[in-house]
Design a binder for this molecule. Structure first.
Ligand SMILES: Cc1cc2nc3c(=O)[nH]c(=O)nc-3n(C[C@H](O)[C@H](O)[C@H](O)COP(=O)(O)OP(=O)(O)OC[C@H]3O[C@@H](n4cnc5c(N)ncnc54)[C@H](O)[C@@H]3O)c2cc1C
Length: 253
């Protein structure tokens, strides 16, 4: 849609271009920013001009630039979770081609499956201003529905995934209709169950060893922020999350 309050559009090409004036918002793929009125946005700063490699690898991490598209992530061979989480968006392949991983995480919707992925893989988010950097665990980034720890003027620069997280994993997701928005999304790795999609923010349930079924069910039931909207009631989301977690325990342990 037309954003009629926007007076300026500029492309960020270097870090100093990330200094945002009042009213300026950064844009990744623009699939959400252009989807509804943004009355407070008077200027747009396009991150796609930043010289960031979409994917880089080091001895111990796979790093995604915030501007890496969901399609690019989806095609990486390193983990089945990449494809599973990309296809967990309600969005079609047309959106996946332009939507960015960083844009999805910054938007911080419960159904933000890039957040689910980053949290489940114990990723670290690298946050930049024009002059400073800080790093936060992905698990601590989203604090509620469309709320996160980004300070004014801060952008997500990268998502660092430890290679050691890319081992065996299990995945379950459900929506009320075949192509519907996520009701709940559960990812299991040895010692870690991540519940998201059906809660206001993602939850990591961490265990030293594989838990007993009883302990796992109790940990899921202790979550107290089940999301309530047209895409699922809290009690359904809780019941499905518990069931999926127990299925994954049996499958992986
Ligand atoms: C048909 C359709 C279905 C969708 N389904 C889903 C869904 O199931 N789940 C879901 O979560 N979303 C969904 N969306 C919303 C949106 O498309 C996705 O969240 C997408 O991943 C957003 O990425 P983007 O790069 O397009 O973000 P943009 O639209 O460019 O930006 C989104 C927000 O994040 C900010 N931002 C962007 N990049 C950064 C950055 N690097 N650092 C800091 N802030 C940044 C922007 O200022 C803006 O506020 C859907 C959209 C459509 C049109």
């Amino acid at each position: 849609m037309d954003l009629i309050a926007v007076q300026s559009v500029r492309v960020a090409r270097s870090r100093s271009d990330l200094a945002l004036a009042p009213g300026e918002a950064v844009i990744g793929g623009g699939t959400w920013l252009y989807s509804e009125e943004q009355a407070h946005v008077t200027g747009i700063v396009d991150l796609l001009g930043m010289p960031w490699q979409p994917v880089t690898r080091s001895a111990d991490a796979l790093t995604l630039a915030a501007t890496c598209t969901i399609q690019t992530l989806r095609d990486l061979p390193d983990s089945p979770l990449f494809l599973q989480c990309a296809d967990s968006l309600l969005a079609s392949w047309k959106i996946q081609r332009v939507a960015t991983v960083g844009g999805n995480i910054a938007l911080s919707l419960p159904a933000g499956s890039m957040t689910s992925l980053a949290v489940a893989l114990d990723a670290t988010l690298v946050l930049w201003t024009a002059t400073a950097e800080r790093r936060v665990p992905a698990a601590d980034f989203v604090t509620g529905v469309q709320s996160n720890v980004l300070e004014p003027g801060e952008v997500i620069r990268a998502i660092e995934i430890p290679l050691e997280s890319l081992g065996s994993s299990g995945f379950r997701r459900i929506a009320l209709s075949p192509l519907g928005r996520t009701g709940t999304l559960v990812i299991a790795r040895p010692g870690l169950f991540t519940i998201s999609g059906g809660t206001h923010r993602p939850h990591q349930l961490r265990f030293e060893h594989w838990p007993s079924a009883h302990a796992l069910a109790a940990a899921v039931d202790a979550i107290d922020d089940w999301y309530d909207d047209a895409h699922g009631s809290p009690d359904w989301r809780q019941a499905m999350s518990r069931r999926f977690a127990l299925e994954l325990l049996e499958e992986l342990a």
